[in-house]
Design a protein around this ligand. Structure first.
Ligand code: SF4
Length: 354
């Protein structure tokens, strides 16, 4: 039995052709899966009964199982989603008044070992398949009953941020297949302008995101190599000079003006001084960026403290005076451990870098 969710349209069509089905069947089936969210072949009423039976004999259609669901006081919803082999990830919906972003994961655990990140303490178990990446969004839609695909204006699940567990560009092939499925207008139909992929800095893959047309966020968190080497091991392989060049390349390749979001966690005594803000301004010169200043959520044994409100506002002011947008982000879902860097599906500590 083969799982259908996660096959590209061309692969799906090829599989049906092998079974002797006409090409138009692929589109019909695609719409049942991704536009209507159907998981039972027998309920696909526009398909002939013999075709339904063929499908049931060869394929499965599985959305990740929601095994736990928590809703924050601010409306943020977090799910623990389990896959067929028992591995699980956390997935979050961050609602705004008339829309909302679903934060999806690409790996079980994370191998990157960023020192401040709670997710990074979970041992890397495996990459997610394309179907498991898409499936998280589909299960989120199940949870909200948002099937069939509503119009753009009436969606609660309107945006996708690939910022959950794992480093997306380390699982890039599966991510690309998943994004193409998520963007397909006959199915889930999320516009590329409403998708943001966040990386800790896998520089050689960044320009390709421009070809996909999705937005880029970089977990920057430091204004120079010395600090970044200390808190983000990825920087030893892709130091800031290379990372910034990749960002420039991304911006050159975008078919329309596209700013990059630089994520910057405010860590007391580490990266939060006025001098650091000035270094940051120099670093991003020539790029169109927005810098999100993110409050740090301390966790047991992390060894970091959040920057003070004063330091954060001072930092924001320096960037502001240099005409760099630097909003101080409001924490969402902190009470249910759903905020940035807090996701973890295995509550035991494996120890970083194991
Ligand atoms: Fe992994 Fe991202 Fe956490 Fe770094 S910040 S350890 S890349 S999940």
């Amino acid at each position: 039995m083969q799982e259908l969710i996660g096959l590209s349209f061309d692969d799906l069509a090829a599989r049906l052709a092998e079974l002797g089905e006409k090409p138009f069947r692929a589109k019909q089936l695609w719409q049942w899966i991704y536009n209507k969210g159907a998981t039972d072949f027998a309920k696909m009423s526009s398909l002939a009964k013999p075709f339904q039976a063929t499908l049931a004999a060869h394929f499965t259609l599985t959305h990740p199982a929601i095994v736990a669901e928590q809703t924050s006081a601010d409306g943020t919803r977090k799910w623990l989603m389990r896959f067929a082999d028992g591995q699980s990830v956390e997935c979050v919906h961050i609602p705004e008044e008339d829309r909302g972003a679903v934060c999806i994961s690409t790996q079980v655990g994370c191998p990157m070992g960023c020192a401040f990140c709670h997710t990074g303490t979970q041992r890397m178990a495996r990459n997610l398949t394309a179907g498991e990446i898409v499936g998280q969004f589909m299960s989120a839609r199940d949870s909200y009953g948002e099937w069939p695909t509503p119009t753009d204006e009436t969606r609660m699940l309107s945006n996708i941020v690939v910022m959950g567990m794992g480093e997306p560009l380390q699982n890039f092939d599966n991510l690309k297949t998943a994004l193409r499925i998520l963007m397909d207008g006959d199915g889930i139909a999320i516009s590329k302008r409403k998708i943001t992929v966040s990386t800790c800095g896998i520089a050689d893959k960044i320009p390709e995101l421009a070809d996909l047309g999705v937005k880029l966020a970089v977990s920057l968190h430091a204004p120079n190599d010395e600090i970044r080497n200390r808190i983000m091991p990825v920087n030893r392989k892709y130091p800031l000079k290379i990372l910034m060049e990749a960002c420039r390349d991304y911006q050159r390749r975008c078919d329309r003006r596209q700013f990059i979001t630089m994520e910057y966690l405010m860590l007391k005594g580490i990266n939060d001084s006025v001098e650091h803000a000035r270094e940051l301004i120099n670093l991003v010169k020539g790029l169109e960026v927005k810098v999100n200043l993110i409050p740090f959520h301390a966790w047991d044994g992390c060894g970091f403290e959040p920057a003070s409100n004063n330091a954060t506002h001072r930092f924001a002011r320096v960037l502001d005076e240099a005409h760099i947008a630097a909003p101080i982000r409001r924490s969402r879902g902190q009470d249910i451990m759903a905020a940035c860097g807090q996701l973890k599906s295995d509550k035991t500590d494996a120890g970083r870098g194991e």
